[in-house]
Write a protein that binds this ligand. Structure first.
Ligand code: PLP
Length: 400
């Protein structure tokens, strides 16, 4: 019998990966489609990181390792948290996992019971609600509209907390909007959490180093150290170091939680890939200046895309402060008619129209919990982005 578990029935395949699949299909048919749906940098993994991985293979580092990470990598992560975020951790407070998604999965599955609530600001990264639901929890969504720069307010947070709230997940800079909380905004949210001692904070800092705001990046524990005992600060190599395929994520947090995550990992994946761990060790301990150079390129692309999308009739695109996504509000094109006679009723209709008629792939806002809008990843060359934005402008201009 083809029986599937109830837990599996509570999750859906990732909408971003589904769109990437459609792009691959069209390309394989020889169709000229511009894919702006994937959330990964177009830059390559730095050579010094690749060299470290090759050396690790040569040195025979090809065996099982400690379940939640080799000791030198944990030390490098401790040094990173101190250097970049001024947070102190010991090795027993560090976990290393097979990608940032795995870090989140371990943390949520290890702590959520049926009926527990997890507060997730929308627009959110697609996997948060599904992982919460897989674990038996209930996502509680707070809407953060374009008018509020896609950021929740302390009042909204306070109103969403109930006795069943287990976690708040905060992701800054955000996938999918690029919105980033500054230190004062974080502190105001932290003060709400301080009034509710049963709520844990999962700070997803994956895009920490892809940052354009004049103020420095801040994470919650820098501004609210009193939350130290109930905060998991997670990060990873995928986005900053252009290492999506290597699958390394990590986090620092309270010892009891880190141990629970290791227990879960010991009965599921065991250690993350040994070779990838040595690669990330090199990435964290090596020169960091290329991060700034890459940010200059990302920033130019952001400015190009924001300006061109704001020139598309009916779209309004806020300027993000980090990550490599924009999230234009598409309210102005809802209800309009395509030259093919179809009414654009939802952002999913809009995305289909872009793909079918103009061969540009984006991801509809419904997937991220806030409609009508869509996400574009601008981690690709300026020439491709220019062409994609011209197509979107033409598509919007053709609507009546
Ligand atoms: N957190 C956010 C906000 C992300 O956008 C992603 C990846 O898209 C992850 C976590 C997970 O990253 P990884 O590819 O390391 O699993």
């Amino acid at each position: 019998m083809n029986h599937l578990s109830a837990a599996l029935g509570r999750i859906a395949p990732s909408a971003t990966l589904a769109m990437s699949g459609r792009v691959i299909d069209l390309k394989s048919q020889g169709i000229d489609v511009i894919g702006l749906s994937a959330g990964e940098p177009d830059f390559d993994t730095p050579d010094f990181v690749k060299d470290a991985a090759i050396q690790a293979i040569r040195d025979g580092m090809t065996k099982y390792t400690a379940v939640d990470g080799i000791a030198p990598l944990k030390q490098a992560i401790i040094a990173k948290f101190k250097r970049d975020n001024n947070i102190d951790y010991t090795p027993k407070q560090i976990t290393v996992n097979s990608g940032g998604k795995h870090t989140l999965f371990n943390a949520l599955v290890a702590t959520i019971d049926v009926g527990d609530e997890v507060i997730i600001p929308a627009p959110y990264w697609v996997s948060y609600p599904d992982i919460v639901q897989f674990a038996g929890g209930t996502p509680v969504i707070i809407m953060a509209t374009a008018a509020q720069n896609y950021k929740i307010t302390p009042e909204q947070l306070d109103a969403a907390i109930t006795p069943k709230t287990r976690w708040l997940i905060l992701n800054s800079p955000s996938n999918p909007t690029g919105a980033a909380y500054d230190a004062e905004e974080l502190k105001a949210l932290g003060e709400v959490l301080l009034r509710h001692p049963h709520v844990m904070l999962l700070s997803d800092d994956m895009y920490e180093h892809i940052w354009y705001a004049p103020k420095p990046f801040a994470t919650m524990l820098q501004v609210c150290p009193d939350l130290y005992d109930r905060t998991l600060t997670m990060n990873g190599a995928s986005k900053s170091y252009a290492m999506t395929g290597w699958r390394i994520g990590y986090a620092g947090g309270p010892e009891w939680l880190i141990k629970a995550m290791a227990d879960l990992q010991s009965q599921s994946t065991s250690n993350p890939c040994s070779i990838s761990q040595y690669a990330v060790l090199a990435a964290l301990n090596g020169p960091q200046d290329f991060l700034r150079e890459r940010n200059v390129a990302f920033r130019e692309r952001r400015d190009l895309v924001v300006a061109m999308l704001n020139d598309a009739p009916g779209l309004s695109c806020p300027t993000p402060e980090g990550a490599f996504y924009v999230y234009p509000d598409a309210t102005g094109v809802m209800g309009k008619k395509t030259p093919q006679g179809k009414i654009i009723q939802t952002d999913a209709d809009l995305i289909d129209y872009f793909l079918d008629e103009y061969r540009v792939a984006a991801v509809h806002g419904g997937a991220f919990g806030l409609s009508p809008g869509f996400r574009i990843s601008y981690a690709t060359s300026a020439d491709i982005l220019k062409e994609a934005c011209l197509r979107i402008q033409a598509a919007c201009a053709a609507l009546t």
